[in-house]
Design a binder for this molecule. Sequence first.
Ligand code: FHN
Length: 442
Amino acid sequence: MKRSLMFCMLMVSLSSIAQKNYLQESKVERDARMGWWRDATFGMFIHWGLYAQPAGIYNGQEVKGIGEWIMHTAWIPTDVYEGYAKTFNPTSFNAKEWVRIAKDAGMKYIVITSKHHDGFCLWDSKVTNYDIMDAAPYKRDILKELSDACKEAGIKLCFYHSIMDWHQPDAESKKEYGHQKNPSANWARYRETYLKPQLKELIEKYDPAVLWFDGEWIPEWTEDQGKDLYNYLRNLKPDLIINNRVGKGRAGMQGMNAYKDAAGDFGTPEQEILEGSSDFDWESCMTMNDTWGFKKSDHNWKSTEMLIHNLIDIAAKGGNYLLNVGPTAGGLIPGASVERLKEMGDWMRQNGEAIIGTGSLKQYKEGERVKYTVSKDGKFIYAILTSNPGKQLILKQVKTNGPVRMLGTSEQIQASTGAEGTRFTLPDKLPGSYAWVLKIPQ
Ligand code: FHN
């Protein structure tokens, strides 16, 4: 081990002596810290980086799989892939417009890739030149612009950050992601002199509300390293929220913790929704088509109805929905995503009260087409109908204690409770589309 590295590691372990152990947090402290995130319920995931340029095509050939993995899937040599940095010039990028799209959709936070597995950084990092400022002609700090726009709009900005790094020579994974064949790769050096300083930079410069890790499955990364990183980051920013991919806890794509005391504040189901609710906080991240990073050929878009029904299902089960967009190399969120987000926004303007800041009931559904949420003060139950039931609706699980209303209408809904349950007489024409909400006083 080089003396400079030894010195650096010694300093790190000395400084950790004075660090608070945030893994021992009380329930009260944890609830206070997680409050805004639990209320937020709906966020925008943004996968954006150099991979938006090839957009799924390499050497004229369509490359199978998700767009942001193209460096690995097409086995693109590092120096060739670096060429994409030299031409990355997203002149149509407009931070305010992205934030407006998210906010109008009813989203409360944005999680963007500060660095994905390919190692390219979307901010002006002092630790590397492989970033938007030094390696690309664009010369604008994307994270800074987003951070300013988010602050102005009252949206929380959060960063996705890959632990695995296919570009950094010290981070070459021994297993199967070796793009550089570096015989002297040094994981400890990568961790202490690259990964941690970059994360410190992100916190100090942009004050992210969440750090959302990924790429933790490589054999070099351990639960102890995850716990050390968790504490390191919380000591820098005590109210920071960190996902469970900071350690080794997540159980595959189902995303919840495989064992007790795993590091991290919330589970991360990927492309799936939990079967039921959970005592541990969770957030489902999902694509709108089949890729995270932009891919020209992927037109397999989910319908707006499906996206809204997913949001309802997740909210009823007490989770958050992190819905992805993959902007183009030019800096535009694809039109198909914008259309769907606009429609989701229309729905949320009418019905968002049943989603944002609500809680989950033990019996969160009745049959397949009614989901329940409850207002924070417990005064209202929201019955969310995911198909039009016709004029009469009978709900067995809920009683009313005052005038019932359907969100988006002003007339009172007739409701009476008897042996069969509570019978609601619904308006002839339901307001809006996709799902309807009865606000039922308790
Ligand atoms: O490998 C990544 C993938 O590219 C994408 O970032 C998703 C988002 O959750 N996570 C990974 C695999 O779990």
